[in-house]
Structure formats: C-alpha cells, structure tokens
Design a protein around this ligand. Structure first.
Ligand code: FFO
Ligand code: ATP
Length: 194
C-alpha cells in the first residue's frame, strides 16, 4: 500500500556529528542501565579473558561510575603482570597515575573516584570506558573528549573498550578527532578491530 505524506527524514539528516552524538548519549545511557540491571557477572566474565588482551607493562583502568561495566576484576587479573594506572582529571586534562604510598582515592566531579596523587605514567594499554561502541571501533563517551585528546597526544597506545554487549550500535557518527578502538571486550566477546 502506498504511503501518503512526506518522506520521513533519514535519521540524523541535517544534524552535525556532535549533535547526533549528544542525542545518542541519552538512549545509550538507558541501554547501559538496562544491561547493568539484568546482566550478572559481567565484571568476572571480562576478567576471564585477561590473557587474550595485548601484553603491556602499564595498563590503565578506571573506577566505574553509574552503570559502567566493572573493570576491577580485569584490572586485578592484569595487575599480576602489569602496573595498573588510573585516570585523574586535573585542570581540565586527563592524566594517568600509578598510586604510591600515601596516595588515597578521593571523590571528584560527576561521581568519579580518583587518586589524590601518584606518579604520572603513559600506559601501553588503555582500558576505555564508553557509552556505546560499534564493531568497527567507534566509541561514544560522555562528550568531554578526554580519551580522544589523550590518545591524540600519545600515539601508539593499544585501546580496548569495555562494555556490555548491549551497548553495541550499528553505527556512530565519526569526527576527525575520534580515535577508533583496537578492540572491544564485552561479557560475551572479544571483538578485535582490523
Ligand atoms: N569511570 C570513568 N572514569 C573516567 C572517565 C569515564 O568515562 N569513566 N572519563 C572519561 O572521559 C574521565 C572523566 N571524565 C568525565 C567527563 C564527564 C563526565 C560526565 O558525567 N559528564 C556529564 C556531562 C557534563 C556536562 O557537559 O555538563 C554527563 O555525562 O552527565 C564524566 C567523566 C576519566 N575518568
Ligand atoms: N584531539 C582533540 N583535539 C581537540 N578537540 C578534541 C579532541 N578530542 C576531543 N575534542 C573535543 O572534545 C569534545 C568531545 O568529543 P567527543 O564527543 O568525541 O567526546 P567523547 O569521546 O564522547 O567523550 P570522552 O572521550 O570524554 O569519553 C568535542 O567537542 C571535541 O571538539
């Protein structure tokens, strides 16, 4: 049967990548929330694949906020062979630090828990938090651009996005500053890109 009326605009038509990303964040948050509520044992499931990640002397993890998949079991597993660093936002920039004696974890903005201090390092392998990903390594973050900026300034790092399988999208807008992920590890799969 023929449809009447105007042809609906293609999704995203007339929107910049940045506008599209902003809209996608809302639905991505809800999907992640649902996954966090329904999927059990995701942190242990990703930790079980620690051996399959690229070898590294220094690995950066993160302390989860909101409904991010819990990377701590994976960080503990990798910690037997690598130094584990954590992100810290200072003066609007992200650095990675390895905590030492006397460094504590403190509460920061957006519910973040961050090291009070520590020695700055440049990890070889970066475990990246995300709101949504694609099979081709596309990543949607919170929109501050911290990871993309850091990766731009530190070429040659390996990146593995950590996510629930339900956070996959068929596509995401790509901007020139976006750094595609090398792999995505979910509770179901290790997706290697390229
Ligand atoms: N667990 C975790 N740690 C992390 C990150 C992350 O994504 N997850 N980061 C990744 O970069 C850095 C922290 N950056 C962040 C930047 C913004 C927001 C945030 O919640 N933004 C608000 C919107 C801010 C605004 O524009 O007003 C939001 O999404 O509601 C969170 C973390 C480093 N540490
Ligand atoms: N390498 C960069 N150089 C300059 N600006 C950048 C760079 N990376 C990101 N930005 C800026 O940061 C903003 C947010 O970028 P984007 O929407 O890609 O963030 P995100 O990857 O979703 O978030 P995040 O990395 O914080 O989790 C953009 O407006 C962009 O202009």
């Amino acid at each position: 049967m023929a449809r009447s009326g105007p042809t609906p605009a293609a999704p995203g038509a007339g929107q910049s990548p940045a506008e599209l990303k902003a809209r996608l964040r809302t639905t991505a948050m809800l999907r992640r929330q649902e996954a966090a509520r329904t999927v059990r044992g995701a942190g242990a499931a990703i930790a079980a694949r620690a051996d399959e990640l690229p070898g590294a002397a220094i690995v950066s993890g993160y302390l989860p906020i909101r409904d991010e998949i819990d990377p701590r079991p994976l960080m503990a597993a990798l910690g037997s062979t690598a130094q584990i660093a954590l992100p810290k936002i200072e003066d609007g920039r992200m650095r990675f630090v390895v905590m030492g004696e006397g460094d504590r974890l403190v509460s920061g903005r957006f519910g973040l828990t961050e090291p009070s201090g520590g020695a700055e390092v440049v990890p070889d392998l970066v475990l990246v938090p995300l709101l949504a990903f694609t099979r081709t390594g596309g990543r949607l973050g919170y929109g501050a651009g911290h990871y993309d900026r850091w990766l731009g300034e530190h070429p040659g790092r390996r990146t593995v996005g950590l996510a629930y399988a339900a956070q996959e999208l068929p596509e995401l807008p790509i901007e020139p500053h976006d750094h595609p992920l090398d792999a995505i590890l979910t509770e179901q799969d290790l997706i290697r890109i390229g």
